[in-house]
Design a protein around this ligand. Sequence first.
Ligand code: CDP
Ligand code: ZN
Length: 166
Amino acid sequence: PAPPALPYRVGHGFDLHRLAEGYKLVIGGIEIPHTKGCEAHSDGDVLLHTVTDAILGALSLPDIGQLFPDNDPTWKGASSDIFVKEAVKKMKEAGYVLGNLDCTIIAQKPKLSPHKETIRANLCKLLEAHPSVINIKAKTHEKVDSIGEERSIGCHAVIMLIRKDM
Ligand code: CDP
Ligand code: ZN
């Protein structure tokens, strides 16, 4: 049977990548100058992966790893734009628009506040949304655990989708 057409749907996303030398650091589609980058099959964009999973989660669809398996050579070094765009396409097909998106990037270094507006602008473009409904926060991990020891970067997001015809 067709799923009930709920007026709102909430989604949650989480991702974490190891940091290593020899990789570019790409967050939200923006290349950020740093000594290390995220080790991954794709470009390792922890924010775009998190946002993709938040959208897919809101729609109760299979997650990013199921849609884009990391053993598939197609996604090797892929720009994570592709994943977000596919999730946005599925959101539109299901009849939803973005209500709002709130993200928290957890990185001991580098300082992300100088890049937040650039990242937000790129997310607005990818999600075809107004800046007022997209929020990016950054936190350190107080120097503890893998994130705090600069061995990884994490990200969380919650999203609300609103049905267009309700
Ligand atoms: O003060 P509190 O422990 O709540 O937060 P923090 O982890 O020490 O981060 C303080 C502030 O630095 C954050 O609210 C962000 O605005 C900023 N920050 C950043 O720009 N880039 C990071 N990688 C981490 C934090
Ligand atoms: Zn990822």
